[in-house]
Design a protein around this ligand. Structure first.
Ligand code: F0G
Length: 470
């Protein structure tokens, strides 16, 4: 169809929808349960959605991590796994894909993101050094702390306000970085930790202008910029959609430019890269690479497999290429927007603007009658599960944990429940069912009581903590 006749059609029908750039070849049946069964499962799980059995879950929006559907090409690639201990052919495919799409020189595979975080934190942080970052992420900050570092949040203030419509709420506040340099000196800063998009802020992006300016500031002071590239493809999409001068650039081009302003990256390939397991480190500095390559042998596996099978490396190499396609990212984020816009239209409080990988329900606004220590976001996740069997995740006071020095709870400004959308897994009909369940829980919000924590693990407590109703 030529463009003129397609335009005419568009005007006639009044809408032009996008659709997923794939069709479904294999299906996996879902389990549906009764409210009574869910109540029993929830009590057994200590009101923590991480402790539910996935068989008791209907639509699983716990995380977008490792939950993607792989393509037929990726599954075919699994059969081409070269399971040699050393020098597997699939490693070289992966290396070439990262070099091509992300642009870094040297690659170290790891079993997942936190494996990469562990290695880089151990290698570059000296005890007592500061790591400024655009909001914390749970595992990232913990590895920085375990290496003796002290995390400092330098994200712009708007990121802590669920209602601010700033288009790049992941941006770094350069004045906050400058203040840290002035106060402590550049030598006290291990590196700047930049995540694109920012998970805990609601999947919010960083602008190209911001990372470029950050780069200039850091170069002046000899400070390295390291990137958490976990959801950088999604970040690139927001730059394409929202930042002047990028509308005609491809996702792949934007990604390359963004990465060029950073010195190294770590990756949880379980997200953007469309695989069920995997991670990597990528750096431009040979000396740093040598240290990482040496350390990976101690903690993950040889430097050409890093804890992964040859077949995993191959699926990952193909996943990188697929994830950088404009049509893929458009439909991936399009689905998140679809759910978010439905909820917004119904007046349900969510973090705005809608982010890349998830809808974040504003649990404070759901339950203004609950104190933060009564775990509003955890409560909301439990209520949603009870209503429909949909599994979500707390991203509030339970996730924030405790201050390592004082032992007090962190009280984060954002108290959120995350509906995380796996890539290429659910349909628009599933999104409708999710929205309707959220609406039902919202309508019943006034009668809800909070939770108390009755078991608290030492590290990353949200994964295994147990709760009881107040
Ligand atoms: N960085 C970011 C921004 C992440 O979101 C995650 C994981 C990691 C690093 C760690 O990677 O899980 O492969 O070890 N986030 C998951 C989530 C767990 O549900 O948001 P990992």
């Amino acid at each position: 169809m030529n463009s003129q006749s397609s335009q005419t059609m568009g005007q006639q029908s009044g809408r032009r929808s996008w659709a997923e750039p794939w069709k479904i070849k294999v299906v996996e049946p879902l389990t549906m349960t009764t409210r009574e069964e869910r109540k029993k499962a929830l009590v057994e799980a200590g009101y923590n959605t991480f402790l539910l059995r996935s068989e008791d879950v209907y639509i699983d929006l716990l995380t977008d991590s490792g939950t993607s559907a792989m393509s037929d090409r990726q599954w075919a690639g699994m059969m081409l796994g070269d399971e040699a201990y050393a020098g597997s052919r699939n490693f070289y495919h992966l290396e070439a894909a990262i070099q091509k799409y992300y642009g870094y020189k040297y690659i170290v595979p790891t079993h997942q993101g936190r494996g990469a975080e562990h290695l880089i934190s151990r290698t570059v942080i000296k005890p007592g050094q500061l790591i400024p970052g655009n909001m914390y992420f749970t595992t990232t900050r913990l590895h920085q702390e375990l290496s003796g570092g002290i995390f400092h949040d330098v994200i712009i203030d708007e990121a802590h306000d669920p209602n601010s419509l700033h288009p790049f709420k992941g941006n770094i506040d350069l004045d906050k970085v400058q203040a840290l340099i002035d106060q402590h000196g550049a030598k006290q800063i291990a590196y700047i930790s930049v995540a694109g998009t920012v998970n805990m802020a609601g999947g919010q992006p960083v602008s190209m202008a911001n990372v470029r300016a950050l780069r200039a500031l850091c170069q002046k002071h000899g400070i390295k910029v390291y990137l958490d590239a976990t959801r950088m493809m999604e970040n690139a999409y927001f730059i394409q959609q929202r930042e002047e001068g990028y509308a005609d650039r491809s996702i792949a081009q934007i990604l390359r430019e963004f990465c060029s302003y950073t010195d190294a990256a770590w990756m949880s390939a379980k997200k953007d890269n469309l695989v069920n397991i995997g991670g990597w480190l990528a750096v431009n500095d040979w000396d740093l690479f040598e240290e990482l390559r040496n350390l990976v042998v101690v903690y993950e596996g040889l430097h050409t497999y890093g804890g992964l099978a040859g077949r995993d490396l191959e699926a990952l190499a193909i996943g990188i290429e697929e994830s950088a396609q404009d049509q893929h990212i458009r439909s991936r984020i399009g689905q998140v927007l679809y759910l978010g816009e439905l909820l917004s239209q119904w007046g349900i409080p969510i973090v705005q603007p809608i982010g890349g990988h998830a809808i974040f329900l504003d649990a404070r606004a759901f339950y203004p009658h609950l104190k933060q220590i009564e775990f509003p976001a955890q409560t909301l996740a439990a209520e949603l599960y009870l209503d429909s069997g949909i599994r979500s995740m707390e991203r509030g006071i339970a996730s924030a944990g405790r201050d390592a020095t004082t032992g007090d709870h962190y009280y984060p400004k954002l108290e959120l429940t995350r509906l995380t959308i796996p890539r290429r897994v659910y349909t628009q009909a599933h999104m409708d069912v999710v929205a309707e369940s959220v609406k039902a829980v919202y309508d019943a919000r006034q009668s809800v009581r909070g939770l108390k924590m009755v078991y608290e693990p030492k590290y990353l407590r949200f994964f295994q903590a147990r709760f009881e109703p107040l």
